[in-house]
Design a protein around this ligand. Sequence first.
Ligand code: PMP
Length: 405
Amino acid sequence: MSDIAQLRKNFPTLTQTIEGHPLVYLDSGATSQKPQAVIDAINLFYTKNNANVHRGLHTLSETATTQYENVREKLADFLDVNATECVWTSGATHGINLVAAGLTSQLTSNDVILISALEHHANIVPWQQLAIRTGARLEVIPVDAQGVIDTNVAITTIQKWQPKVFACSHASNTLGNIQDVKLLVAKAKQVGAITLVDGAQAFLHLRPNLRQLDCDFYVLSAHKALGPTGLGVLYGKYELLNALPVYQTGGEMIDTVSFANTTFRQAPAKFEPGTPNISAVLGFGAALDYLNAIDFQQMHQYEQALFVYLVEQLSSIEGVRLYGDLVNNIGTVSFSYKSEHHYDLAMLLNSYGVAVRSGHHCTQPLMQVLNLDGTIRVSLAFYNNKDDIDCFISALQNSIELIEG
Ligand code: PMP
């Protein structure tokens, strides 16, 4: 545990003060902080190795290409899949849109697309648009009054609707709940569904093995897992991935071009037109190295212990109401305080140097179920510690006193 606590010093942003107070960063669900190694890798690329990839025969370009493709291999090892099954995207949002657009010709008005009620807008709207384009129906697995999916209800809903497409988050960004996606994917496949798991929140905290998970598609965002912004990954089982039509077109994704006709390369190249985000890929490579050097079980236990402490402390404040599954959780909790507006509390917390997120967290349908217009969300990562939680709780108590006068 203490080894994990030492890692905090690798994160330069965490040493600053905000509003005269040491920064307490509890918004890793929005984006994670970056270790120095990631910042150094991006710096090194621009100060020494900058060149385009897949284009030049000169030394710099060859080096950049090798390094860039090596990160794809490293990522594939990390996920336990093949490198040809990993497409670089600009983020989880891009990955879901690519798949949803690509499935257009496979759906008709007889088909159902099944998602869950706690999805991020990025895992709702692209499917809704697919439904509009094809006439398919968008159906939803419900959550209970706490915002939790009952696995048995989810299975019954899958069996009832026999969906053609099933898309579900691995972990909720608003509540932190972990879904039993392995089981749900298996059940959805039994009824013939194409399955997509949104791993934007889960990837850092759960380090999924995609071969075992056995979903058809999995998306993630590098910036939520120590890497840079503007980069994501779409994993797809090769046959299914390669069968999707091209999404955006342009340079590098083609085999031959004439004014009469164009032929395309095979996946993943066919989905990567134009100059990619090379520096971000190299930065993400450093993030994967960093994660590979940390014992996952130790990190997981550390995060879970911190989360238990956070929940205990928050629950002890009268008037605080917590939502979601507080046991099966990646380390994210949403709460409200009496009928106070989340925005006011978040502003007050910021005046104590505490960074939390407030609002609907891009899950408006979930907020409707919970009968809220927003919450305050605290999301942890392994670089947080008990002091962060103590500072947060004392700032929250001070803020409550100010509000109550
Ligand atoms: N899905 C979930 C569960 C998320 O938390 C997010 C980001 N908040 C996304 C999708 C979209 O990720 P991005 O904005 O990086 O594309």
